[in-house]
Each structure stands twice: as C-alpha cells, then as structure tokens.
Design a binder for this molecule. Structure first.
Ligand code: COA
Ligand code: NAP
Length: 272
C-alpha cells in the first residue's frame, strides 16, 4: 500500500511560513518529503526558516513579500514556481494580531489586520491559482476561533478571520470543478507561539485560557501540522469547503473566555 502522507516531489507554498504554527507546518511537509517555499515580510526570518528546513535535510526556498502587496505576492509565487515547479499544496497563514478594545484601536489599526489576514488571504489565493497543479491541488487557510466566537478586544481579528472562512467556502465552490480543494484549519490555543503570547501574555491569562479548553492543555504546532498533512493528502480527497477546529474542544464554548475574567486580567495594571 502506498503511503498517503508521502509528499516526495510535491511543492508546498506557505505564506507566513517563517515562524510559529506555519513554520511547524513547513517542517512537517518537509519531513514528509515535500519541496517547501516560505514567504513573509522579514528577509531575516525568511533566511532563518530556510536554513532551519535545510539543516534537517529539506529542500526549501524563501521569499520576502508582504501579503498586503498583490504584486509582491505574485512575484514571490512566480519565483517559487521557477524553483520548485507547480504548487501542489498552498497554505495561507500570514496574520497579525494585537489585543485592543474596538474603541482603543484606530481605523488604521483595524484595517492593518483586515489587510493582512483577509486581503492577504485573497491575494495569496488569487495569485496562486494560476500556479496550482490542478487537478489534485489543495489549499489550506489558517483561520482562528475568532472566526465564529465573538471575542472581546478582537473585533479586527473576528471580522478578518470570519472573512477568511467565507473565502474558503466560496473558493471551494468556484474551484471544485477544477479539482482544487479548499479548507480552513482553525488552531486553538497553541503553546509557545506569538499568537498566544499576544492573547495571553501573563501566567494568569494563560491559566484562564487553559481552564476553558475541555482537553485541559494547549495544542502544539505539530497538532496543526498533522491536520494539514491529512487535509492535503488523498485521504481527504472528498473534503472541501470545511472549517476544521484543532483546538482541544475550545470552540465548543462550554467555558466562555469572555465570562471567565479575561477582561479583568488583561486590563489589570501589572503586578509589582
Ligand atoms: N493597540 C492598538 N492599536 C495598535 C496596537 C495595539 N496593541 N498595535 C498596533 N496598533 C495600530 C497602530 O497604532 C497603527 O495604527 P495608527 O497608524 O492609527 O497608529 C496600526 O495598528 C498599524 O500598526 P503598524 O505597527 O504600523 O502595522 P504593521 O503593519 O507594521 O504591523 C501588526 C501589523 C500591528 C498586526 C503587527 O503586530 C504585526 O506585524 N504582527 C505580526 C505578528 C503577529 O501578530 N503574530 C500573531 C499572529 S496571530
Ligand atoms: P506568528 O509566528 O507571528 O506567524 C505569523 C507569520 O506571518 C510570520 O511568519 C510573519 O512573518 C508572517 N506575517 C505577518 N504579517 C505578514 C505580512 N503582512 N505579509 C507576509 N507575512 C506576514 O504567529 P502564530 O501564532 O504562529 O500564528 C500563525 C497562524 O495561526 C496565524 O494565521 C494565526 O492567526 C493562526 N492562529 C494562531 C493561534 C495561536 O495559538 N498561536 C491560534 C489560532 C490561530 P513576518 O513578520 O516576517 O512577516
């Protein structure tokens, strides 16, 4: 029997693939044999990510581009395809976040996150479609629980990620006939990531999050990467247009973050 999770010869392109969860996804596909392209703004982060993939025997290349800049995204995709051939798996994971109440963010602050998360996802999907290895290509958008759970201090992210999941569903309908599957993966709270550091910056806020996860622990970047390995594989050939939480049950809402004292903890003056 062939190994469905063998990605030898496949090209995986990951926007925002230079740190955290997305870099974990890059490493997982690389370990499974794929050629991996990562793209983000910082050339330094791009170089470090490529070096870390190469150090483990991976075939990787990197591109510096801002997902808010359509022409730059197009350029990065063209360069990646010139290096590694048509794209078999596209992961759109670039995102930005900060914690602020709606009245505490400027219009430009709200727009910054909409531009990175939502416009960035549209740019990456729109520009990549021409380069996908159709039929059989898979697209994975990295979403967030804010997409369906209203969360205080997260109006910008809630709006952006809800839009991302709608892009997933619409693209699944429009691109299904071309043999392209499109799905969202929704990480829950993932340990040792920038996202969690921003959302739960203190041990107290981290505990509040932990208490709200039915499985009682944070996830790891490998938990998210494993779902992506399955979702992009032939094992998931009939799965498209879905939004899949990988979150220890967090999204079930049994224990609401809002009602749990997060607001008080986040807004409290730092302890001396
Ligand atoms: N509270 C309120 N507003 C904030 C803020 C905060 N904590 N942090 C940034 N902003 C506002 C800025 O004041 C600015 O608005 P202004 O021009 O009206 O003053 C606006 O957001 C854009 O900030 P800027 O720093 O110019 O944007 P950027 O494009 O350089 O960075 C961010 C985008 C703000 C999202 C930045 O945090 C980032 O680059 N994040 C990437 C990493 C990350 O967030 N990882 C977690 C992923 S879940
Ligand atoms: P991270 O390490 O900060 O990853 C964000 C990545 O996006 C970085 O590689 C960053 O690199 C890149 N990026 C940011 N803005 C960009 C832009 N304008 N153009 C191009 N690249 C850009 O954060 P993370 O916590 O691992 O989050 C990764 C993904 O998981 C995000 O989509 C996030 O919403 C989602 N998520 C995370 C959690 C969590 O617990 N951490 C939970 C739910 C969802 P540069 O700085 O070099 O651009």
């Amino acid at each position: 029997m062939t190994n469905a999770f063998d990605y030898q010869g496949k090209h995986v392109f990951i926007s925002g693939g230079t740190s955290g969860i997305n870099l974990g996804i890059a490493h997982a596909f690389s370990r499974a044999g794929a050629k991996v392209s990562v793209m983000s703004r910082s050339q330094e982060k791009v170089d470090a990510a490529v070096a870390s993939l190469a150090a483990r025997g991976g075939k990787a290349s990197g591109h510096s581009a801002d997902v808010r800049d359509y022409a730059a995204v197009e350029g990065a995709l063209k360069a990646a395809v010139a290096n590694h051939g048509k794209i078999d798996v596209l992961v759109s994971g670039a995102a930005g976040n900060f914690v602020a109440p709606a009245l505490g963010m400027s219009a430009n602050g709200f727009k910054a996150v909409i531009d990175i998360d939502l416009m960035g996802t549209f740019h990456v999907l729109r520009a990549a479609f021409a380069h996908l290895n159709k039929p059989g290509a898979a697209i994975i958008n990295i979403s967030a629980p804010q997409s369906y759970n209203a969360m205080e201090f997260q109006m910008h992210v809630c709006a952006a990620k809800a839009g991302v999941d709608m892009c997933t569903r619409v693209a699944a309908i429009e691109w299904g006939p071309a043999g392209v599957r499109v799905n969202s993966v929704v990480p829950g709270p993932i340990e040792n990531t920038e996202g969690m550091k921003r959302l739960a910056p203190t041990p107290e806020t981290e505990q509040i999050v932990l208490d709200s996860v039915p499985l009682g622990c944070m996830g790891t970047v490998d938990d998210i990467a494993n779902c992506c390995l399955w979702l992009a594989s032939p094992m998931a050939r009939y799965v498209t247009g879905t939004v899949i939480p990988v979150d220890g049950g967090w999204s079930l809402g049994g224990t609401s973050i809002s009602a749990s004292g997060m607001k008080k903890a986040l807004m409290a003056p730092p302890k001396k």
